[in-house]
Design a protein around this ligand. Structure first.
Ligand code: CA
Length: 536
């Protein structure tokens, strides 16, 4: 053999050995099923408690919590859809992974946990909502909703191209996930399946079979439904996410369009929004949908509600539809867990339920997310890992979506890159809290100006305290979460708290440096003044 050919052979062998070592890492590792919804707040899950618990909204998710561990202090780093997903994939804060607002495109060439799992020998798949614009990378199989996805008859994109599937989105995504589990798994490898739902994202369109749920009763209202944001920094008064002033009667609440409605001549706010939902139905679905709403819409028209009565009515219709969408997601969790049980995969499969952020369910008078207040900063996170998580256990340790990538990699016996900014949750899943576990989390919301008009802000939260800085406007808020869990009393100027506020500012700076957040934190009072003037 000639010398050069020998060298070539040695190099080939070296690469082969390196690759096979990497692939060996996954042998014996458990499968991972990551069920992920969109905008599902902790306080709309029975196991987490809250005022909606009385209607038993999530029996299957609650059952998963009884099998595993529920993280009570689970938070996102940036409460908005696309950015939360990018944080989960990369283990990097938004300012590091570049997907800071929903307007961004995800740079798919980055290192992500699915890519590393696949390299270590996992079979990887993502089905359902992706919402990162660029094509999924790091998956053996991907079949994702186009853009935000539609509730009815959604369009999917996959390596094969575009496909429209008739049915309700939550059911279709679940069918596709079970179909992949049944027919496409490689039995020689562990798998990681991400089953990602559109529901319960706006515009809260449930499956027709769920439209009668909760129809015969009023659901409880949050104490802060008529919040006037008197204690908040001015930004809270200038948002555009109020049930009262901003929730759309047709687009959001599905009242029939006005007689003779023409999308070409209607005002832009009405035409764009209202028409889109109704346009997605088949004729048969539309008939069933309209029949379900007819008498309820007639009684609303006859009631002639105004003021707080109208807000209350809007809240009821909104939150009931939100919970009806969640009913579909809960059924999906039940179907997938049952399929794993029936196929003898439960023992070696970790099932995780999470959502990209929380949501306002009339809390503070709002819908939507974005703020660092707890309702939207908290994320549900429930993990069932047979033989590892203690059934029915609860963790109060502070965790973030930033931690998921490193957690998955440790589960897969695969090394996480040094650059990742979270921390593996595996020890917490075993019921052990490391002595040096974090006692604060960092938050940074970037999308301003933007939808719903929530100013940029960053902050630090501990188990007991929260400091928020609306840096462009030079405004601060500070809350004692033990005495004020609804964040109604901004005590930033209370001298009693001066020492604690100073300490929290030090911690905020420490975290900013630790996570290398070099965003522009300078004040921009001109833009604020302009907005305030426009609003007066
Ligand atoms: Ca979301």
């Amino acid at each position: 053999m000639r010398y050069s050919a020998l060298c070539f052979l040695i190099v080939c062998l070296a690469f082969t050995t390196k690759d096979s070592v990497a692939e060996d890492a996954a042998v014996g590792s458990p499968n991972i099923v990551f069920i992920f919804s969109d905008d599902h707040a902790q306080h709309a899950i029975g196991a987490y408690g809250g005022i909606l618990k009385e209607v038993n909204p999530t029996p299957n998710i609650d059952a998963l919590a009884r099998r595993g561990l529920m993280f009570q202090n689970s938070f996102c780093t940036n409460s908005i859809c696309g950015p939360s997903r990018a944080v989960i994939l990369t283990g990097l804060h938004s300012h590091k992974n570049g997907f800071m607002t929903n307007r961004d495109d995800f740079d798919g060439s980055q290192t992500t946990f699915p890519k590393l799992l696949r390299k270590s020998g996992y079979q990887t798949a993502v089905i359902g909502k992706w919402h990162l614009k660029s094509e999924p990378q790091g998956f053996d199989y991907w079949d994702v909703l186009r853009g935000q996805g539609d509730y009815y008859n959604p369009v999917f994109l996959s390596a094969k191209g575009k496909e429209t599937v008739e049915g309700h989105c939550t059911d279709v995504v679940t069918d596709k996930a079970i179909d992949w589990l049944s027919k496409s798994r490689d039995n020689g490898k562990p798998f990681m399946l991400m089953c990602q739902h559109k529901a319960p994202h706006r515009t809260w369109m449930p499956a027709i079979r769920h439209l009668d749920l909760y129809a015969d009763k009023d659901l409880p209202e949050p104490d802060t439904l008529f919040d006037k944001w008197e204690d908040n920094a001015p930004g809270a008064k200038h948002q555009e996410m109020e049930i009262d002033r901003h929730m759309h009667m047709n687009y959001d609440l599905h009242l029939p369009l006005p007689e003779g409605f023409d999308p070409k001549t209607a005002p832009p706010s009405l035409s764009k929004a209202a028409f889109r939902n109704m346009n997605k139905f088949t004729d048969a679905q539309r008939k069933l949908w309209d029949a379900k709403w007819k008498s309820r819409n007639d009684s609303f028209a006859n009631a002639d509600l105004t003021g707080q009565d109208l807000v209350r009515w809007k809240y009821q219709r909104y939150v009931k539809n939100y919970l009806r969408c969640i009913k579909g997601v809960d059924e999906s969790v039940g179907r997938i867990v049952e399929w794993l049980d029936e196929n003898n995969l439960s023992e070696n499969t970790i099932v995780i339920y999470a959502s990209d952020q929380g949501f306002y369910l009339g809390d503070h008078g709002w819908y939507d997310k974005r703020w660092m207040y707890d309702e939207s900063m908290k994320m549900p996170l429930i993990v069932s890992w047979p033989g590892v998580t203690k059934p029915g256990s609860v963790s109060n340790d502070l965790v973030q979506n930033l931690d998921y990538a490193q957690t998955f990699l440790e589960i897969a016996n695969s090394e996480a890159p040094e650059s990742m900014q979270g921390r593996s949750l595996v020890s917490l899943l075993k019921g052990e809290t490391p002595e040096d576990w974090r006692d604060s989390v960092y938050y940074h919301y970037h999308e301003y100006p933007g939808a719903h008009s929530v100013p940029k802000h960053c902050g630090v939260r501990t188990k007991d305290l929260k400091l928020i800085q609306f840096y462009e406007f030079g405004e601060w808020e500070f809350y004692d979460l033990n005495s004020d869990p609804d964040e109604q009393n901004n005590i930033y100027t209370d001298p009693k708290y001066a020492d604690r506020i100073a300490a929290m500012k030090v911690e905020l700076n420490r975290l900013r440096n630790h996570y290398e957040d070099d965003s522009d934190f300078s004040e921009k009072p001109e833009s604020w003044q302009k907005e305030k003037r426009a609003d007066q």
